[in-house]
Design a protein around this ligand. Structure first.
Ligand SMILES: Nc1ncnc2c1ncn2[C@@H]1O[C@H](COP(=O)(O)OP(=O)(O)OP(=O)(O)O)[C@@H](O)[C@H]1O
Length: 583
């Protein structure tokens, strides 16, 4: 019998659960080795103790009182979480004690938390697959479909029960997924015909531990037409981008290129040729010529034809800026440099031109004081802002232009000789229009097109008689004058007809008179008088109505649209009511 009890104890000690037994009074009479380990108390010391001393808050007494077992209760022994069964021991319908059987659940909780994470991840993945527009299918290494998302079902027009668990070759037409598994090679963006549509698909083998475990099929575009539409959209956007880049370049950079310089005469071709050659180098250029000959146009073209064409083109009109402001305009200033200096300072035009071209127009009008400063810049290629201490390195090309004779100015002491030599490294003389009158027809054609576009008027061409007059004129204002005379003619004539001699400016009357008959001459004067009278009447009406166009139209008894057309015709500014009328 003794042997049997020992065997019984050995059995209980082998169980991987803790066991504590108490008698009717709650005194410990048995504790197995697993319980010793978890409670941290030897059974020899525990036996004979009240259970409460070793297992505080236990339910052993309670289950003996109620006669009911309390199972799967979470209980804490020290830092260990256990799952506890408290059970009364019955013998011949009498409770003779109670038993606590317990098992650690810390590991179990960890596994449960991990399981929860995995479940969450699976849900997220599922949600993603269900939400995306692209079809996804997964096949195992045997080529059996294990997963497919709704987008792919839609492509195939099939339901899950017709797909999952089936061989991919039986379900997806023209599939190559089984081959991808075999030769372990993916295919990207290939065409696959499904349900009458040419789809763009990718096939990817999934390799783990050097073994293909499955393959994923991905419908990138459900129809190749979508791809074409997208490609069209992209190329359209690229075109727009290029357009705006060009606009930006034209705003910040040079506006014109050599192509914008009109003229096929030998005279102009020669100048263009020299300018084109000059553009390629980075030398300082001096452009000479009468007013309106196109000096600025050439400066832009030289900038655009050189290596700095992507950089800025900054123009300063030396004659238009008062002497006391020219220095700050060119060099910039620091905050507090002088009273009225802008907060944070201001960069000068030279600084802004860095990496590009600085165009000094009307350089012959530059005050002597400024000439010294410019000379220093051209020697040292560095500046300091007014009131500043930092030296700014300059990497600019300088192009200057003037309609004055600089040599004469150096003799009279109005222009520094040393500066003249610095600026005159390459000089380009632009001929006056009277020296290349053979370009007038072509110039008229191009300029008329430009003017018609600007004024939204349609003017066919110039009559041979008017062309004769234009060619006979001496053009003191050069191409600018030609442009102005054409614009004025377009303004005073009716749409769709040619420019006639009577449409040309009064200034040309001296030439007109001997060429026109008396009748024609009177008609020309009449057109002129009508033009001036109508324009003045409109300006007066606008002034009387404070710039209110509707009221001005009423005052003149014409409807609004006619009134607006006339505003355009006479080049009268579209100012809002109350503002001054631009004459
Ligand atoms: N060869 C040309 N082809 C087309 N347009 C021209 C040509 N030359 C001049 N123009 C036009 O004539 C006008 C005057 O040109 P630009 O301002 O370049 O002359 P400029 O010599 O710099 O005049 P200014 O000395 O008065 O500053 C501009 O509208 C310009 O576009």
């Amino acid at each position: 019998m003794q042997l049997m009890i020992e065997d019984f104890q050995a059995t209980l000690n082998s169980i991987n659960n803790g066991i504590v037994v108490v008698d009717q009074k709650g005194i410990i009479i048995f504790m197995n080795q697993w319980a010793e380990m978890m409670i941290g108390f030897k059974s020899k010391a525990a036996i004979g103790c009240i259970a409460d001393e070793i297992l505080p808050d236990n339910r052993l007494i309670r289950v003996m009182e109620t006669g009911t077992a309390e199972l799967n209760q979470q209980f804490q022994i020290g830092a260990t979480h256990v799952l506890m069964n408290w059970t009364p021991i019955w013998k011949e319908r009498r409770i003779i004690g109670a038993i606590a059987v317990f098992q650690g659940i810390t590991e179990l909780s960890k596994v449960a938390a991990e399981l929860e994470e995995v479940t969450k991840l699976k849900c997220t993945l599922q949600y993603v697959l269900e939400s995306i527009e692209e079809g996804i299918v997964v096949v195992d290494k045997e080529g059996i479909i294990t997963m497919m998302n709704p987008a792919y079902y839609a492509v195939l027009d099939k339901k899950p029960h017709e797909v999952i668990g089936r061989k991919v070759t039986d379900v997806i037409p023209n599939t190559q997924l089984h081959e991808v598994i075999e030769n372990r090679k993916g295919e990207m963006n290939v065409i696959q015909k499904m349900n009458g549509n040419n789809c763009i698909v990718s096939r990817i083998p999934i390799v783990k531990n050097d073994e293909v475990i499955c393959a994923v099929g991905h419908v990138v575009f459900k129809d190749i037409k979508d791809l074409k539409r997208l490609a069209n959209e992209i190329s359209h956007l690229q075109y727009e981008l290029e357009y705006y880049k060009e606009r930006l370049r034209k705003t910040l950079g040079g506006k014109y290129t050599f192509e914008d310089i009109i003229g096929e005469s030998k005279t102009i071709e020669e100048v263009k040729h020299i300018a084109q050659k000059t553009a390629k180098g980075g030398s300082t250029v001096l452009i000479l010529g009468e007013s309106g000959t196109g000096k600025e146009l050439f400066a832009h073209a030289i900038h655009n034809g050189g290596s700095r064409c992507q950089g800025p083109f900054i123009k300063v009109n030396c004659a238009a800026i008062p002497e006391n402001l020219l220095e700050s305009e060119l060099f910039g200033y620091e905050e507090g440099a002088f009273s009225g200096a802008r907060k944070g300072g201001k960069p000068g035009k030279m600084e802004l031109a860095n990496g590009g071209t600085l165009f000094l127009d009307e350089v012959g009008d530059m005050p002597l004081g400024m000439q010294v400063k410019l000379l220093r810049v051209l020697q040292e290629w560095e500046i300091e802002r007014i009131g500043g201490t930092k030296t700014i390195k300059l990497d600019i090309r300088v192009i200057t232009a003037t309609n004055k004779d600089l040599e004469v100015l150096t003799v009279s002491g109005h222009f520094r000789q040393d500066l003249y030599y610095r600026l005159n490294i390459v000089s380009i003389q632009i001929p006056p229009l009277r020296d290349h009158k053979e370009d007038i027809p072509l110039l008229c054609e191009v300029l008329l097109r430009k003017i018609s576009l600007k004024l939204e008027r349609f003017v066919d061409c110039i009559s041979p008689e008017a062309m004769k007059v234009l060619k006979a004129y001496s053009w003191p204002g050069n191409i600018r004058e030609l442009e102005n005379i054409l614009e004025r003619s377009v303004n005073i004539m009716e749409d769709g007809i040619s420019i006639l001699p009577e449409h040309l400016a009064p200034i040309m009357k001296k030439i007109l008179k001997p060429q026109l008959s008396e009748k024609e001459s009177t008609r020309a004067e009449l057109v002129e008088i009508r033009y001036e009278a109508e324009k003045n009447a409109i300006l007066k009406a606008l002034e009387d109505t404070g710039g209110n166009k509707s009221k001005a139209a009423l005052l003149l008894h014409v409807n609004r649209s006619v009134f607006y057309e006339k505003l355009k015709k006479y080049g009268i500014g579209y100012n809002s009511p109350g503002k001054n009328v631009k004459r």
